[in-house]
Design a protein around this ligand. Structure first.
Ligand SMILES: Cc1ncc(COP(=O)(O)O)c(C=O)c1O
Length: 416
């Protein structure tokens, strides 16, 4: 491929992206091409690595029962429905929505292909030219949805989840009668922390605001609490609203099947009247291609497996996560993880070490997500380890050994 003779847009030289672009070009762990996958062992060229970068938390990507659901569904429905949802939906859609509504204990649910599409289309509808409050560490796709709402006439504000009084004052200060929408991650995609949903919901209900939660990482991992729960993630993986003992009053929940369920599908949990409105007001329902049949089939099979085996899988996920967290804590290495979810982000003492750290982990056969600037603020540059139930105990042992050697060579950031 060559750019010869093409005039390139000025944006290509934007210095904001130069560090990430450097990493993308030079690190084998960035923009990699993978040649083979065997469970959590992956091959790039002739180099095998243990995968700690996927978000396939429950291991459903390799579950034989779920894989077996694909072929019959494709034979029945073809590879791709290809109608927009407003034109028509294979019966798989209402089947998934009914199961999901029951699992979440929500008033209703609406399926669309991805959380990215949901944020881009639904946040502007909910904002309705009013006031949108976006949490400082919200996922980029949530933020982009809020920026799109601003482009359609809303006023955008930023708040910090750990300063609820700041949010309460901002929400109260919005003009009487104006729509208020508060947006954030449920389980934060970088730190793995669980938002204080009860505290935020209280603020929103007092001001008649809507709390819009992206729980793409929590769905399938955390769920309702109760006596006899197999681990602190709770039962059923039915997401952060249930995990924190909340109701859906004034809450719109967004979740995705693209993490724990290893499928290309996402949902909103919402009141039925809002669902009906979005069928004409949210562009992807009207104009976008739908999820492929294989994704619908794996989502449905995943819900079935979750009912029967999900809690045991989550207990395994928790046990393996704790093994890594305890080891890292024993090394005196601080992480951003405070809720023991399987997202372990480790900031480096010196951001300039990221290239060398990535090279070391690659050589040692450990595949992680690099957290480079501007994906994270400069003081949080480092890497993220994501655990899944499919990582074996031997994989975890190897990871811990490599981390010990890594932090002997690159001193960790001083603990906070
Ligand atoms: C918090 C969060 N929201 C949304 C997304 C995007 O999800 P989807 O793949 O369904 O568009 C991601 C994916 O990385 C995410 O981490």
């Amino acid at each position: 491929m060559s750019d010869t003779g093409t005039s390139l847009p000025k944006a290509l030289g934007d210095p904001r992206w130069s560090e990430l672009e450097h990493l993308r070009r030079t690190s084998p762990m960035s923009d990699a091409v993978l040649d083979e996958v065997r469970g959590r062992h992956i091959r790039s060229g002739d180099h095998w690595l243990i995968d700690f970068a996927s978000c396939n938390y429950l291991g459903f990507d390799c579950d034989p029962e779920i894989i077996d659901a694909v072929d019959p569904a494709i034979r029945h429905w073809g590879t791709h429905p290809s109608w927009s949802r407003l034109l028509g939906s294979p019966r798989l859609y209402p089947e998934i929505e009914e199961r999901l509504t029951a699992l979440l204990g929500a008033p209703d649910t609406l399926l669309l292909p991805t959380a990215t599409l949901i944020h881009a289309s639904v946040i502007p509808v909910l904002a309705d030219r009013g006031h949108v409050f976006v949490e400082a560490a919200a996922h980029r796709t949530v933020y982009d949805g809020c920026v799109s709402a601003r482009g359609q006439g809303a006023t955008l504000h930023r708040f910090h989840a750990d300063r609820p009084e700041e949010l309460a004052a901002m929400v109260r200060a919005a003009p009487a009668g104006a729509t208020r929408l508060v947006c954030l991650d449920g389980v934060n995609s970088m730190s793995g922390d669980i938002a204080d949903v009860p505290g935020l919901a209280r603020i929103c209900r007092e001001a008649d605001a809507t709390l819009y939660i992206d729980d793409t990482h929590g769905f399938g991992v955390v769920g309702e609490r109760g006596p006899g729960e197999p681990c602190p993630y709770g039962f059923r993986g039915n997401s952060v609203v249930r995990h924190t003992g909340e109701t859906y009053d004034n809450i719109v929940l967004v979740g995705g099947f693209s993490k724990a369920y290893s499928s290309l599908l996402a949902f909103l949990a919402l009141p039925t009247r809002l669902k009906e409105h979005l069928k004409v007001a949210a562009a992807p329902y009207l104009y976008s291609g739908p999820s492929p049949t294989a994704s619908l089939a794996t989502a449905l099979a995943g819900l079935e497996v979750n009912d029967r085996r999900g809690d045991a899988i989550r207990a395994e996920l928790y046990r393996k996560t704790v093994r890594v967290l305890d080891h890292v804590a024993g090394l005196g290495v601080p992480t951003l993880n405070s809720d023991r979810l399987p997202i372990v982000e480790i900031p480096l003492a010196d951001a300039a070490d990221l290239d060398a750290v990535a090279g070391f982990l690659w050589q040692e056969g450990i595949y992680v997500t690099l957290a480079a600037y501007p994906l994270v603020p400069r003081d949080r540059v480092g890497f993220r380890v994501q655990l899944t139930a499919l990582n074996s105990d031997a994989d975890i042992g190897r990871l811990n050994t490599v981390l010990t050697r890594l932090f002997a060579r690159f001193p960790p950031r001083p603990g906070s």
